[in-house]
Design a protein around this ligand. Structure first.
Ligand SMILES: Cc1ncc(C[n+]2csc(CCOP(=O)(O)OP(=O)(O)O)c2C)c(N)n1
Ligand SMILES: [Mg+2]
Length: 325
């Protein structure tokens, strides 16, 4: 896919939306306004944004726990206000405030996501099968962390999707860590992408800090899937600047990750890198970038008002939400 200027601007807007909503989530959690926990995407927003910005509205996406679907929803155009209200336990939330963190927006192909690592795979195969049967050219894009590549569900899912040539695109957000365990201690391989060969599908590695590189690789795989050529695996080597989960120590095994290491990682901040690129290529001026940033700051403020003013659900909702006749 060749990107035009308006596409590159759209990517920037979505990347900044992902960043500013993620930062707002960290703040709201700290202020005690969340009813849930939060796994910040900070530093690793590019795979979710680059992998969704150019999808069709009716494509399915499975967003995993990193960022709680914020980068993916920011890219896809789904309702971020209701995701945030869900975290605040409000009735205006995407699941009426009863889950605390589940992002879902069926109109935008976000049908929900599980908290169990590895649950993404069989569910995405099901969406891919539904898309194939519907015959409208939809794809299912499944985002997952590096640690879930060790789950049996990934291998079952990839095998089935490849065997049936389902329109599924697997996007691994490899941030080098599975909770407190570095990936080098978890796999005998350098690249998760090399596992694709076992299922006879393409597997590529991209710089997951480069939102354009992610978008190019994912959209090439999406176009292939739309043509009926089956699934592909795109591995995005990305970073995480925050602890695994907000409020917990930032451990690597049993040691706290040194502050200097995080400062070193921040030199590859995806937003800063993309800003520099846009300026250098003359796509946007400093003033135009600031205008977009300001518009998103205003949107975040509006979102905070939306969350503040929403009512808490009546406890009786649990009965109707969990069970249906
Ligand atoms: C089956 C299962 N085992 C353990 C957990 C607890 N857990 C939550 S996130 C996580 C690590 C996830 O690492 P990764 O998939 O690489 O994603 P990242 O958090 O690095 O983005 C673990 C072990 C879980 N949710 N499900
Ligand atoms: Mg990881």
């Amino acid at each position: 896919m060749r990107f035009k200027k308006k596409d590159l601007v759209r990517l920037y807007r979505n990347l900044v939306r992902a960043r500013k909503f993620d930062q707002a989530a960290i703040r709201l959690l700290g202020e005690g306004k969340f009813t849930s926990f939060f796994h910040a995407a900070y530093g690793g927003e590019a795979p979710g944004v680059g992998g969704t910005t150019f999808l069709r509205q009716d494509d399915y996406i499975y967003a995993h726990h990193r960022g709680h679907g914020i980068p993916h929803a920011a890219g896809k155009g789904a309702d971020l206000f209701s995701f945030m209200a869900e975290h605040c336990g409000k009735i205006t939330g995407s699941c009426k405030g009863i889950t605390g963190f589940h992002a879902c927006d069926p109109e935008y192909g976000m049908l929900g996501a599980g908290g169990t690592i590895g649950s993404a795979f069989p569910v995405s195969v099901g969406w891919g099968l539904a898309a194939q049967k519907a015959g409208k050219g939809q794809v299912a894009v499944c985002f997952f962390g590096d640690s879930s590549a060790g789950r049996g569900t990934m291998h079952e899912g990839m095998n089935m999707a490849a065997n049936w040539r389902l329109p599924v695109v697997w996007v691994c957000e490899n941030n080098g860590m599975g909770q407190f365990v570095p990936i080098k201690d978890a796999y005998p391989l350098e690249d998760i992408a090399s596992m694709a060969a076992a299922y006879g599908m393409p597997g590529v590695v991209v710089d997951g800090q480069d939102v354009v590189a992610v978008a190019e690789a994912v959209m090439a795989a999406v176009e292939r899937a739309r043509k009926g050529k089956g699934p592909s695996l795109v591995e995005c080597k990305c970073l995480r600047f925050r602890p695994h989960v907000e409020g917990a120590p930032d451990w690597v095994h049993a040691e706290v990750r040194p502050a200097e290491e995080i400062e070193r990682l921040k030199k590859r901040d995806p937003v800063t890198l993309y800003r520099k690129k846009l300026l250098k290529q003359g796509i946007l001026t400093e003033k135009e970038l600031e205008k977009i940033d300001g518009e998103i700051d205003a949107e975040v403020q509006e979102m905070e008002r939306f969350c503040e003013t929403g009512a808490y659900p009546d406890p009786s909702i649990l009965q109707n939400a969990l069970y249906a006749d």
